[in-house]
Design a protein. Structure first.
Ligand SMILES: Cc1cc2nc3c(=O)[nH]c(=O)nc-3n(C[C@H](O)[C@H](O)[C@H](O)COP(=O)(O)OP(=O)(O)OC[C@H]3O[C@@H](n4cnc5c(N)ncnc54)[C@H](O)[C@@H]3O)c2cc1C
Length: 386
């Protein structure tokens, strides 16, 4: 009999892992605690490092139908909409990295992944409580199931991680993200306004670029410890961006109740995240602040590397190899994302002027500066010369 694999969690990481394992001819089941597929209705950016993987899993056409391919990323100054830097995406990214840069409506991405997996692969309403003896999954209702390999794709609060590794505390960034979707009336550009203590991101998503996805990152001194999402207040949201540029005001004037906000947490990079029979993917092992837009993309990369390893080696060796190939890269992205919490939010002054100069010169954010991120091909590692 082949290796039986249980994946806990049916988000971006769990579904991509399941699809990659199915494509590799392996026996996989996904157990998801929710009653159905439930990605929040918001946007996600996927760089060519992730779309290359999804294309190789056969999702190229499904994504082309629903994704937006923005023409540029543009950083703007908070006070007056002046452009700090801009780089081309569509065309340039494909030519240089061999895959597109997409912005997607999250439910479209989940639907494309779910449609590609054989019916019956995912069981809903099954909350994993713990993994016992490395192979036995115990569910919240007391039921148990045994597998040869258990993969935790169950997010930042992972029950699989808690029961297989020493516990580490999540780190709160002090920031929260308000998310909103509006009817879109803008060109296909990813716009990021940087200002003192805050930033705002807006880009179109959905079929025909019909929606504008807006993420407003602001301080959250009042964040209740135990809560990860909380209802937001539009008036408070607008106050956060008082005095910002006309375009920012125009966007925020269109946001209506209800709005929700997410506390932004990560964890210090882990030294390891596998045992001979268990491993983790995505936010379960390397949660990161969304300030490089890479959390979902890294879960997608994890999925491909894990499936390739399990297809070519026994579980213990495969999980070791997978982890070894992923530790340094994901730790680097976690650290850089955490660092952007400072550099994106500098108060006006000499440091901010130096940052803006570096941005304008393409030294810190540009296709050149990010080629280590976008040029990575999980099949071969970093591609020289991109
Ligand atoms: C504001 C914001 C913007 C972002 N923007 C981007 C972006 O542009 N690009 C990008 O790549 N990433 C982005 N991210 C990060 C990205 O959303 C996450 O990294 C990604 O969703 C992680 O996927 P995952 O599958 O690992 O975990 P999750 O999305 O957390 O999925 C975990 C799944 O497991 C299930 N589950 C949890 N516990 C259990 C259990 N005990 N038993 C069974 N099932 C369980 C959950 O219900 C869920 O379905 C952003 C994040 C935020 C907050």
């Amino acid at each position: 009999m082949g290796v039986r694999i249980i994946v806990a969690g049916g988000g971006i990481g769990g579904l991509t892992t399941a699809l990659a394992l199915v494509r590799a001819g392996l026996d996989v089941r996904v157990v998801e605690r929710a009653a159905g597929f439930g990605e929040i209705g918001a946007g996600v950016q996927l760089g060519p490092n992730a779309t290359r993987v999804l294309d190789s899993l056969g999702l190229g056409e499904a994504l082309r139908d629903t994704a937006v391919e923005p023409v540029a990323t543009r950083f703007l100054r908070w006070a007056d909409d002046s452009v700090l830097t801009e780089w081309p995406l569509a065309g340039q990214v494909r030519a240089r990295f061999g895959a597109p840069y997409y912005t997607l409506y999250r439910p479209d991405l989940i639907a494309a992944l779910a449609a590609a997996i054989p019916a019956g692969t995912v069981s809903f309403g099954r909350q994993v409580a713990a993994v016992e003896d490395g192979r036995t999954v115990r569910f919240a209702d007391g039921a148990t199931e045994t597998a040869d390999v258990v993969v935790g794709a169950d997010g930042i609060h992972s029950a699989v991680r808690t029961s297989t590794l020493p516990e580490t505390a999540p780190r709160f960034s002090g920031m929260c993200a308000y998310r909103a979707l509006l009817p879109n009336d803008t060109e296909p550009v990813v716009r990021i306004w940087l200002g003192p203590g805050r930033h705002l991101v807006a880009y179109p998503v959905g079929r025909g670029a019909r929606l504008l996805n807006v993420v407003c990152v602001a301080p959250a001194d009042d964040w209740p410890d135990e809560s990860w999402t909380a209802p937001g207040d539009v008036t408070r949201l607008r106050e956060h961006f008082d005095g910002w540029s006309p375009e920012v005001r125009k966007i925020l004037d269109r946001v209506t109740e209800p709005v929700y906000r997410w506390g932004l947490h990560d964890r210090e990079p882990l030294p390891r995240w596998s045992t001979p029979t268990t491993t983790l993917v995505g936010d379960a092992c390397h949660p990161m602040l969304p300030f490089l837009a890479q959390g979902g993309a890294q879960a997608i990369e994890d999925a491909a590397v894990l499936a390739a390893s399990l297809a070519t080696a026994g579980p213990a060796e495969a999980l070791q190899r997978y982890e070894a190939r992923r530790l340094d890269r994901t730790a680097r992205i976690q650290r850089q994302s955490w660092g952007n919490n400072v550099s994106y939010h500098l108060p006006d002054g000499p440091e901010q002027a130096r940052r803006d100069e570096a941005l304008a010169g393409g030294a810190i954010m540009s296709l050149d500066a990010l080629s280590w991120l976008f040029g990575h091909d999980v099949r071969v590692g970093d591609r020289p010369g991109v």
